[in-house]
Structure formats: C-alpha cells, structure tokens
Design a protein around this ligand. Structure first.
Ligand code: TRP
Ligand code: SF4
Length: 329
C-alpha cells in the first residue's frame, strides 16, 4: 500500500476538448492504477484572472468535475476534489508566501507573458503574482512525488521544487521535491488544421453531442490537394488523419494511409471510420455525463467526499509543517 503519490489539477476555464482528453485526462486515468492519485479543480486559480466574473467559475468548476468523472477518474481509486473545499491549501499558501522571494515569482516566464498578453483586465494583483505559490501549496501539501503536466507548466513546477527545497532547508525535511511527469504526445489538430484550442474555435468538445461531433468531423479539413475523389492524397498533411492516429487501430491506419495515397479510399469513407472510432471512444463519456447530470446531488456528493478525504490527508501535512517551523501551539 506504499504507492507513490501523484497530484494534478486543472483550472476551470471553459469546456474541455479532445486535445485535453488525449493530452491529460486519459493519462490521469491510467496513473490511477499505479499511484495514489489526487486530482482537483483549481477554482481559486481561476480567480487570479477571473476575479471580475466569479460566478462563471462556479459553472466551469462543475463542468470540469463532470468531465473528470466521465473521462474515467474514479472516486473509489483517486481522491477527487475542489480546491476551495480544502482550506488547508490556503493555510499552507500563506506560510509558503513568507519564504518565497518576490524575484523568483517575477522571473516565471508565464507571469511576464500573461501580463503582456492580457490587456482587457488588470491582473497586476498580489494573487496573480502568487499563482505559482498557491500551485506549490496544492502540490506539496500532498507531499506528492509526481505531477503530470504539459510542457507549458514546467516553469511552475521548477519554482515548486525550489520552494520545497527552501522550506526543507530552512526548517526540516518535510517535502519530497515534486517531479514532472511529462506527457509527450503529438499536437492534436482542430477541424481547421491548426492546433486544437478553445481560442481558435476549432475544437471538438467532450460536451458536444454525437450529432455535433459527426458534423464537425464531416466538415473537418483534409489534404487540400484532394480536390476530386480521384486525386491522390497525402495523409501526413491531413488533419483528419492526425485524429485517426489517436482513435484508429494500426490496421485501419495502414489501410487508410495506403488507400489515400492511391485514391482508393475517398475522404467521406475515410471520415466515416474516424467518426465511428471517435464515437466508440466517447460513448462511455457521453453515458456517464448524462447519468451525472440526471442525478442531482450526485456530483456534489462526490466532490464533498473527495474534499473531506483531502482535508484529512492535508491536515497531517499541516501538523508536520507547523512542527517543523516550531509553530505548533
Ligand atoms: N496551473 C494549472 C492549470 O492551468 C492548474 C493547477 C493549479 C495545477 N494547481 C496545480 C496543476 C497543481 C498541477 C498541479 O490548469
Ligand atoms: Fe485525409 Fe482520409 Fe481524405 Fe486522405 S482520405 S485526405 S487521410 S480524410
């Protein structure tokens, strides 16, 4: 029963799409088999940039939780919770904020980028600067060994390692230095051939109905060189084929690839196979989603039970922390 601990979270900032499923969630689901996993909705983090419309955060939090569970995160195996329901995170955050040099935070590349990028609201706040400190508290309060993240989160994790090291050095060894578990996978492309992203309006969402998914794939971009049915194509430049790579088996892939190059298979038939495979993959998600949405209270019960478990585990860490700092009264 001495499994290593994994922690990861997502900020509730809108709907999840196939890219999030392939890149993050399905990996989280797999990790449940070998690790003691903690997964959560980082609703406080969403306030750092969304403080002017906090009620939207509540809806996104619920939606994200629905996605977590329907994608296969299992409350029996993992601790699944909402950040704001585990106030110990906030307590550790305060203590860590005392030992974190401001210069470390100002140097985080995502901080500088976001300050430049976000023009429509003022994010020059104390809370936004402290984003990585809160994120550190989220991680090390579970004394987590691994954090599955995308490459974009690596600078944040680096600062978490530095803050834990500083704590251990100043007081007493309490925290393992969390390591990134990088999920390496090729970019998932959207229906227009660019990277799948909310901001490009080219995504296939986990909340899309079967009919919508069907339509999005039918109208998805293909190799532009295939104007007529008899024109040969190149699957490597075809966004639909890139999706096939995630959803179709190797025999289908080689048949499609060969068939496309000699115009034996047309795009319509090729996409029929894709639609079937994507639907097969998403069917269990669609079913769980409708179950969760039908049974009122079920979702919040899951969140409550998970958050209580998390609060209990983190209380042990807080005792260690206060002992180490000589603060226990
Ligand atoms: N920063 C992450 C995101 O943008 C969310 C997050 C908050 C997180 N705390 C974390 C991720 C701790 C991993 C570990 O989605
Ligand atoms: Fe793309 Fe398939 Fe059409 Fe080839 S046949 S261009 S792989 S959709």
């Amino acid at each position: 029963m001495d499994k290593k601990r994994v922690l990861s979270g997502m900020q509730p900032s809108g709907r999840l799409h196939l890219g999030n499923l392939i890149g993050a969630l399905s990996n989280w689901v797999k990790l449940q088999e070998s690790y003691n996993c903690f997964y959560f909705v980082a609703d406080w983090h969403a306030l750092t940039t969304g403080y002017n419309n906090p009620s939207a955060i509540k809806d996104s939090t619920i939606d994200l939780l629905v996605n977590f569970i329907s994608a296969g995160l299992d409350p029996e195996k993992s601790t699944i919770f909402i950040q704001s329901m585990v106030p110990n995170h906030a307590e550790l955050h305060i203590l860590l904020s005392m030992i974190t040099p401001v210069g470390w935070l100002e140097r985080v590349p995502t901080y500088k980028e976001k300050i430049q990028e976000i023009q429509d609201k003022d994010i020059n706040s104390y809370g936004f600067l402290g984003y990585p400190v809160l994120q550190t508290a989220d991680i090390i309060i579970y004394r987590a060994h691994y954090v599955p993240v995308g490459v974009d989160q690596v600078p944040h994790l680096e600062i978490s390692r530095e803050i834990s090291r500083r704590f251990n050095h100043l007081y007493k060894e309490v925290f393992p230095e969390p390591e990134a578990l990088l999920t390496e996978f090729p970019k998932v492309l959207g229906v227009d051939g660019r990277k799948m992203s909310k901001s490009y309006d080219n995504a296939i969402y986990l909340s899309d109905s079967p009919v919508i998914v069907d339509n999005k794939i039918k109208t998805m971009m293909t190799d532009p060189a295939r104007v007529k049915r008899k024109d040969p194509g190149n699957p490597e430049v075809c966004p639909a084929y890139q999706l096939h790579k995630f959803f179709s088996n190797s025999q289908e892939l080689s048949e499609i690839s060969e068939g496309c190059k000699i115009a034996l298979i047309g795009c319509i038939d090729c996409k029929k196979i894709l639609i079937k495979n994507v639907s097969d993959r998403l069917t269990p998600l669609w079913e769980k989603r409708s179950q969760l949405l039908q049974k009122e209270g079920l979702l919040m019960d899951i969140a409550r039970v998970g958050s209580e478990k998390a609060q209990k585990f983190t209380a042990e860490t807080m005792n260690l922390v206060k002992d180490a700092m000589g603060l226990s009264l």
